[in-house]
Each structure stands twice: as structure tokens, then as C-alpha cells.
Design a protein. Structure first.
Length: 147
């Protein structure tokens, strides 16, 4: 079952995230997001991208059950994959918009921060729960910040 659905509205491509219950990011979702970005880049008629969901959470961050099962190599591969998604969103040569409702935690908030614009519902809850465990959010450690 696909975790993403692409829907066109004129020149806008909406990427609907649909991985119940909270759109936790896993390998399948990340690979599908990468494919969705390929679709957008390959179609010159697309003028904007919107990330959205119909679920109760915009994105709950990384799938912790998946992460707990990873060895060091798999964790490195996962980190590279998800960072590639964030980087691609940041560098996309057209506007990217995160249409946010419910909650966004950890990597889900980072996903929204990789977009150019964030439209946030009044009841939205934003969090970086990893800092409670002394772990830096992913964006803080990026090597390209060092110059």
C-alpha cells in the first residue's frame, strides 16, 4: 500500500501523506517521497508543491520501531536517505509548502522546515522530542552549515 498520493490542482502538485496513524516516516515513505520529488522535477508544468495530510498528524517523525531494529549501517543509510529528502525539498527550484494540522514532531517538523512556506493550523503542536534525550535535531548537525 502506498504511503503517498500525488494529486494535481492546475500547476500545483499536492503530495498527500497517508501512513496511519501519524504519518511516521519509514523507509517506504522516504523512498516514495524521493520518487514524488522526481515526478515534480521531471514535469515542467508543475509550479508548486504542497505537502499535506488528511490524518490527525502532519508527520510524527521517524518510525521509532523501525529505528530500533537498525544496526549502525542501516541507521547510517536511513539518516542519509531522509537527509536527502530534506535537502531535495530545500533546493527544489519551485515553491514548497507544508500545509500543517494536528502535530509535527522530530523529523516531521524537520520535513516541514525543509519547505519554503509553512501554513499552520491554530491547534498545531510542533515539537522536537529528541532534545529531551540529549539528541540534536537532524538539521543542527548538517555539515554544509560549517561553510
Amino acid at each position: 500500500m502506498s504511503t503517498l498520493e500525488l494529486e494535481r490542482y492546475g500547476s500545483t502538485m499536492v503530495v498527500w501523506m497517508n501512513r496511519p496513524p501519524v504519518n511516521a516516516l519509514n523507509r517506504e515513505m522516504a523512498l516514495e517521497m524521493n520518487d514524488a520529488l522526481d515526478t515534480v522535477v521531471d514535469d515542467p508544468s508543475v509550479r508548486a508543491v504542497v505537502l499535506a495530510t488528511r490524518l490527525k498528524a502532519f508527520c510524527g517523525g521517524a518510525d521509532l520501531k523501525m529505528n530500533l531494529a537498525f544496526d549502525r549501517l542501516e541507521m547510517g543509510q536511513w539518516t542519509f536517505l531522509i537527509q536527502r529528502i530534506y535537502d531535495r525539498l530545500e533546493r527544489l527550484p519551485l515553491p514548497t509548502i507544508a500545509a500543517m494540522s494536528g502535530s509535527a514532531a522530530g523529523g516531521g517538523l524537520e520535513l516541514a522546515l525543509a519547505c519554503d512556506i509553512r501554513v499552520v493550523a491554530p491547534e498545531m503542536v510542533l515539537s522536537l522530542p529528541e532534545v529531551k534525550r540529549g539528541i540534536l535535531p537532524g538539521e543542527v548537525g548538517r555539515s554544509d552549515w560549517l561553510g
